[in-house]
Design a binder for this molecule. Sequence first.
Ligand code: F3S
Length: 408
Amino acid sequence: MYLTREEEKMLSGEYGEWVQKSIKLLIAIGEINKAEKFVEIKRAHLSGVSYKTVGDPILELLESIAEKGTKVRVFTTLNPAGIDTTHWKEFGFPNEFAEKQLRIINAFKKMGVNTTLTCTPYLTINRPKFGEPIAFAESSAVIYSNSIIGARTNRHGNLDALAAAITGRVPEMGLILTENRKATDLVKIDFTPKTDEEFNLLGLYIGDKLESNAIPALEFPKNIEFKEFHLRGLGAALAASGGVPMFHVIGYTPEAKDRKEAFQEDTPQEVFQISRDDLIEYKREIIDNFDKPDLIAIGCPHASLEEIEMITELVKGKRVKAGVKFWIFTSKYMLEQAKKKGYYRILEEAGVKIITDTCMVVAPLEAMGIKKIVSNSGKAVFYIPKLSKNIIRANIKELTEIIDKSME
Ligand code: F3S
């Protein structure tokens, strides 16, 4: 790979051990993928924060990187951790887990990372621009940034995203390049999804059907009106079940004003047709079914103000039934907005809690006695059983039905 003088200095160790290690890692990734040079980035978003998913080896590695005085070079935000950092005792998070979790967050803080602890940085203080090269980890943030915003990021892992933040560079490869952003498969949806549940199931279903790294172009019936959080949920589910880093919605997303643009004048490798019956059958096959959850978990990806407002309207004047917890997962940033708008007070009165900095997948809920979760998120129901080693069961339902059944 061609290196600038600055990159040569990083490689020579002039900026310290971890800058050198970081650029070495990125050069190795670039060379495997035939990148000719680096591109500079202005922002990054890091995952691999929850102690539940990273454990002691990464905790120790992060502390040793931070102790050496290593700093990120670009504006960098952080994915959810395993606890609500303010109210973890009140919510019943285990002490030892919380102590290790706080050490991980502190290590990132020492490196100059903004400890936002959210998977929706683009809804808070880290929203990239159209066409901007970035280094985002967190698959739901990757697919949203590529698809809905038109920013350019590869699907980074924990360590290469950190290396990109430390060097301010990514190899020029993959989805950074225009030609790799063209759609590969055409997916014709012959019905109009109406609910959060349908959009999320659609994401899981399409992801299941595709080769990993495929880029589907979705063709919906004409005149469909999308809510932002419907496409966000669909994208997160696609990324979960299919490892998909980007999708187009023909006539809607910024690089797909029509089929021709989505495919960059090429023809689809595969064409799929999906009906509502396919989706119903798919749900029957793969989703666990039970009635009484002990936790209702909304906010995967983290809830936006629009979703919090919608829930507030639906629960106003009602009360969560005894024996059920109803938690909305979001960022501290969004919690503040919800307080300013008066939503927080109404939710509290209804017994609905907002829990920040963490989520239903990366929090140690199995250690907190939770066994059955209902969510409106495809990504959540995909990962919860896997990450809890099947201790927790997960079911998907649409928000209005969840609220109808859990409140009186
Ligand atoms: Fe975010 Fe956790 Fe879902 S990190 S996308 S809420 S699994």
